[in-house]
Ligand binder design. Structure first.
Ligand SMILES: NC(=O)c1ccc[n+]([C@@H]2O[C@H](COP(=O)([O-])OP(=O)(O)OC[C@H]3O[C@@H](n4cnc5c(N)ncnc54)[C@H](OP(=O)(O)O)[C@@H]3O)[C@@H](O)[C@H]2O)c1
Length: 400
């Protein structure tokens, strides 16, 4: 296992962190506890020393499971990360309630890396108004948290604004070779690193999509001199960036853990050759040709007068066509545009009235109202209410 240094505090962290959002499940959908615990411990035994969870993962069951996994001396061997569910916070006191409940769920008296979860610009403004800076200062002072950070799923200008708004130790961004200009992207990665923040990368395989090559993509990988699995290429591409402190993989198969640990023993920053990074860029370009809509998520089209979350609708629509997994893309759609997370009201594509206000603002000249009709046709089926209910159960649970 290779390790990199968190810039502001000198922690030596394994470049592969264990993400506890996709733990192995039983046929009934609960976490397969013995297997998950064995996997987390095996990863730690293999050198992983950063584990990441959050309040809503597995409908609230991930944090307690991780607490159990870290018994028997494992807690002392890792840096533990979890997150304040910012979209559930309605007051300053709420923040303490969540943190105290999380300490209890995780069977610990401190969180090493505590993140304000899933921020975008409006959500940051809301938690800032509720006093999140004061909360983080107080929780650091009394020892309940050690390092403060935030995770991000919004637009680049808001990312810069949040980086500059608090003395963060680290941030967590979605980053992979397809998302170089999406959300924080490469510019955000460099901005955060230049300000001295450690950067934790989530979704390095775009939630698993980059592990499943379409035939056109497989043909490109065959051109490489080195024989590597698509996963191997995707992880190495992230680690090739010296600004990345570590990446999180949501692992749930023993073979995946072994594979990712093996790559994490080799992936030095700057290790890919120019020819290899050029090949990855060609793979990314080919993926983009397969995308249904060329939205870069810049957000210039926003706000929509009808409240449609246009970039999020298009992201889910592209994911539907790339992933080969319809149900998970449809679930992702209701989570991201259904008002489940965030301060925004539901922004489903079906709210579009084709007023056309967005058309002149889109730098990609996308026929937005037309494409939104396709989003409705393919993502808004009769299963939406059931998915909304499942998403609410997962993301809206409060402390007892
Ligand atoms: N803060 C936030 O807002 C936020 C958002 C998203 C994620 N996260 C965190 O970041 C972590 C990582 O994100 P992610 O889980 O989306 O990461 P990811 O690495 O992009 O996707 C994980 C998925 O990739 C597949 N995979 C992993 N290793 C593989 C291998 N060797 N071979 C084949 N497939 C492999 C698995 O898919 P299958 O299960 O389909 O096999 C796995 O579930 C999460 O677990 C969570 O802790 C945070």
């Amino acid at each position: 296992m290779l390790y990199r240094t968190m810039p502001k505090n000198g922690d030596r962290l394994s470049i592969l962190g264990f993400g506890c959002m996709r733990l192995p499940a039983t046929p009934e959908g609960a976490i397969d506890e013995p297997r998950a615990i064995a996997q987390i411990r095996a990863a730690i035994d293999a050198g992983v020393n950063y584990v990441d969870t959050a309040w809503p993962y597995h409908a609230g069951a991930s944090e307690p499971l991780l607490g159990k996994s870290l018994r028997d001396g494992y807690r002392e061997r890792v840096k533990l990360a979890t997150k304040l569910p910012s979209w559930l916070v309605t007051s300053r006191a709420d923040m303490d309630r969540f943190l105290d409940a999380q300490l209890s769920r995780l069977e610990t008296d401190h969180i090493d890396y505590y993140l304000v979860h899933a921020l975008d610009g409006p959500l940051w403004d809301a938690v800032a108004a509720h006093g999140v800076a004061d909360f983080l200062d107080a929780a650091k002072a009394d020892g309940r948290i050690v390092n403060a950070g935030f995770s991000f799923h919004g637009l680049l200008p808001d990312f810069r604004r949040i980086v500059d708004a608090y003395p963060w130790i680290f941030c967590q961004i979605q980053y992979n070779y397809l998302d170089q200009q999406f959300q924080a992207g490469t510019e955000g990665l460099r901005y955060a690193a230049a300000k001295g923040l450690g950067v934790v990368v989530m979704e390095p395989l775009r939630g698993g999509m980059l592990a499943r090559s379409a035939p056109a993509i497989a043909a490109l990988w065959d051109e490489a001199g080195a024989r590597r699995e698509p996963v191997d290429w995707a992880l190495r591409w992230v680690w090739n960036h010296p600004e990345v402190t570590l990446l999180l993989s949501g692992m749930n198969e023993e073979a995946h853990i072994a594979q990712n640990v093996a790559v994490a023993g080799q992936a030095l920053p700057g290790a890919l050759t120019d020819a290899e990074t050029a090949l990855v860029d060609r793979v990314a370009a080919t993926y983009k040709e397969l995308l249904r809509v060329g939205c870069t998520g810049c957000g210039y089209c926003m706000p929509c007068p009808m409240g449609v979350q246009i970039p999020k609708c298009f992201d889910a629509y592209n994911a539907l066509h790339l992933s080969g997994d319809d149900e998970s893309a449809k679930f992702r759609y209701v989570v991201s545009v259904g008002g489940v997370i965030g301060v925004d009201a539901p922004g489903f594509a079906s709210r579009c009235v084709a007023c056309g206000e967005c058309l002149e603002k889109c730098p990609q000249h996308i026929e937005i109202p037309e494409v939104l009709k396709s989003v409705v046709a393919e993502l808004e089926d009769e299963g939406v209410p059931a998915r909304m209910e499942a998403a609410s159960k997962m993301f809206k649970v409060r402390p007892q």
